[in-house]
Design a protein around this ligand. Structure first.
Ligand code: NAG
Length: 458
């Protein structure tokens, strides 16, 4: 009897032991698989074995929804921190001359500045180094840094730099971490190496967000940019409706436009750039974010213009904007870039010419030139950073206004009644746009047919 009990007891113990052994083995295996997750030391190379499984994506979604945070579609989040990484763009000039510098453009809702860079080379070697702050955006106001403290900008546009020794030129992926480098490849950003376009002219059109973007006017705008000799247009696409997407696709397929989908992560959640979702101060970060990205992405271009999809730079005598820039540079060889005066063409006034369905040819009346909402063109190599209405030049380069007789920025819009004292200021009639009459009609007709959108006869 005792023997039987003893045997049974032993059997139970054996099963338990077996279970224990299996458990220990599993734990050991798990620990081994997590070995690359131990903290790395700076400036060293490690073997990197990325895993590409996507199992945690689904559970993450459920959890996020519950807290009211929308799921990220276009950003990588730094684990455990409200820091959202969008792009990683390489250069060999700054912050360290001759090294491989990777500038990461991000939204940051934290006060953290100390993060580690994790750079993957040839998919198998990991390099780590402290990330440095490349640029912190402050709202465009003399009181900017002060307003930041007391007003509503919870999530800031910010850029980090990862400097990899020059020998690491084959870096393919990078990310930032506050603890240890992630092992999953999907948590890394692919590194972009901008292509060089000597004498190229690019336009950074900031962010398109659908609020009042009329696909017909948009087509006119793209066609005019082509006629003005713009080589490339960069913009961020924030939830634009299908008709606008159709226009984007047409100009993307043509090789003119690179529309980058993005979102606005971090608090305040569910914000936008259109009126109902617009958050003062915060919106300044949300828009400037795309300009910071442009400055890196357009590195290969010699000249970069910054203006929106309701603005057109019209050189007075020269058809091409490049000719205008070259002429101005001969007069001002130390220029880092130029600002323009603006004429406002106000839709509320009604068109002068009612017979055309091209709004640029109908709305020929404008205000006199003003120094308001100024925009610019800059030389990539002579400028440190840009924002909506200004840029910062490298020493010893200077900033100049292009005289109004040489070029004017046309700004097409409704009367900004909340800013102007009157919607009926002195007017002038400016027919400079008519120089494009034949060509614009032709290009636009082709676009309208291909896209399947045209103005409705009224
Ligand atoms: C357009 O401007 C001219 C002045 O150049 C003015 O006489 C005319 O009334 C304006 N027309 C409209 C529709 O604003």
């Amino acid at each position: 009897m005792i023997r039987v009990v003893l045997r049974r007891c032993l059997q139970v113990t054996r099963t338990k032991l077996l279970t224990l052994c299996i458990c220990v083995t599993i734990v050991c295996l798990l620990l081994f698989s997590l070995v690359p997750n131990t903290p790395y030391r700076d400036g060293r190379f490690y073997t990197f074995s990325p895993t590409t499984f996507k199992s945690s994506a689904a559970e993450g979604e459920g959890g996020r929804e519950a807290t009211g945070k929308p799921k990220l579609r276009f950003f990588k989040q730094v684990a455990g921190h409200d820091i959202f990484l969008y792009s990683a763009i390489a250069n060999s000039r700054e912050p360290e001359e001759g090294e491989l510098n990777i500038i990461i453009t991000a939204f940051d809702s934290t006060e953290t500045d100390s993060l580690q860079c994790c750079a993957v080379m040839k998919g198998k070697t990991l390099f780590t180094a402290p990330a440095t702050i490349f640029h912190k955006y402050y709202i465009e106001d003399i009181l900017g840094p002060f307003l930041e403290k007391f007003k509503n900008s919870q999530t800031r546009a910010k850029q980090y730099a990862c400097v990899v020794p020059e020998l690491g030129i084959d870096v393919s992926h990078v990310t930032l971490t506050a603890s240890s480098c992630p092992v999953r490849e999907e948590e890394y950003l692919p590194v972009i190496f901008p292509k060089s376009v000597p004498q190229g002219l690019a336009l950074c059109a900031k962010s398109a967000f659908g609020d009042g973007l009329d696909p017909n006017k948009l087509m006119e705008w793209f066609e005019v940019q082509r006629l003005l000799g713009v080589d490339h247009i960069q913009l961020m696409d924030l939830n634009n409706p299908e008709p606008v997407q159709k226009v984007f696709r047409y100009y993307k397929d043509m090789g003119l436009l690179n529309p980058l989908p993005y979102e606005l992560p971090g608090p305040p959640y569910h914000r936008g750039l259109d009126q109902p979702h617009w958050v003062p101060q915060q919106a300044s970060h949300d828009e400037t974010f795309s300009i910071l990205d442009c400055k890196q992405r357009l590195r290969g271009y010699s000249y970069v213009m910054g203006h929106d999809m309701d603005e057109v730079l019209m050189p007075a005598q020269h058809v091409s904007i490049k000719d205008l820039i070259k002429e101005q540079l001969m007069l001002r060889p130390d220029a880092a870039g130029f600002y323009f005066y603006t004429q406002f063409f106000i839709y509320d006034w009604g068109p002068i010419n009612k017979k055309t369905d091209i709004s640029y040819f109908g709305y020929l009346n404008s205000t006199l030139p003003r120094n308001e909402c100024k925009k610019y063109v800059y030389l990539m190599s002579r400028v440190v950073q840009a924002r909506t209405h200004s840029f910062f030049s490298r020493s010893p380069y200077q900033q100049y206004f292009i005289p109004m007789k040489d070029a004017i920025l046309h700004h097409y819009r409704k009367c900004p009644a909340h800013v102007w004292k009157t919607c009926d200021p002195p007017k002038m009639t400016d027919r400079s746009m008519l120089r494009f009459q034949g060509q614009l009609e032709k290009g636009l007709e082709k676009a309208r047919q291909a896209i399947g959108i045209r103005p409705t006869a009224s």
